[in-house]
Design a protein around this ligand. Sequence first.
Ligand SMILES: C[S@@+](CC[C@H](N)C(=O)[O-])C[C@H]1O[C@@H](n2cnc3c(N)ncnc32)[C@H](O)[C@@H]1O
Length: 222
Amino acid sequence: MTCADDDDPFPVDDCLFADTFSQDTVFTLLGQELKIRQVFGSSLGVAAAVWESALHLCRYFEQQSVELRGKRAIELGSGTGVVGILAARLGAVVTLTDLPLTLPQLQDNVSANAPSSSWPSTLPAVLPLSWGEDHMSFPSDWDLVLCADIIYLPETYPLLLETLAHLCKNRAVAYLSSKMREEHETPGFYEDCLPSRFNVELVHRDGSQNINIYRASLRKDQ
Ligand SMILES: C[S@@+](CC[C@H](N)C(=O)[O-])C[C@H]1O[C@@H](n2cnc3c(N)ncnc32)[C@H](O)[C@@H]1O
């Protein structure tokens, strides 16, 4: 299993690669084998890789027996889509979202993991959603909002907060898994920004990898 090296915050940088190349990796998660293509060296940047926070979130779902079957779930900043595709394989009705240029990789990964016999629900939808710009064209009736390693650009935190508040209006539960990078002000997002509108609970911490998982729901006064 390979994923982005979290000792180096964002090693996948266009300038590191002279050519575009792709790598197919099989991840075995919750008894599901997912074939995930990571396309490096293109303009995808950090969206090209599977990040360790994503794998932690998948394992958390297993450890805590989080019910996914039948749930309406939307993932923000899906990247390769490993979290949302797994949720769909386990029976959730999933919408995967990210910036427009990342969507071909995401769509390819959906297609690569869609053997009809083992796909209990509908195929995940793949849609563009740029935080703070497109969120109002999405409904607010989700059960779950999934976020893996998307808290790393401080200038987007207010936009992300707006987006989460809209998506969680009808009592959705958001799961956010993050590498807690001080240099990206990630702790500040969870300590100040998110609690300004959400009830936030730290539900898992891996100290050796400095990865936290939070569960959040919109406060009643919002
Ligand atoms: C570090 S990657 C994480 C990818 C994937 N969730 C994972 O954990 O493997 C961050 C993701 O956030 C997306 N992203 C960054 N800024 C965004 C924005 N303003 N709106 C929507 N997505 C954004 C990137 O395209 C990328 O896919």
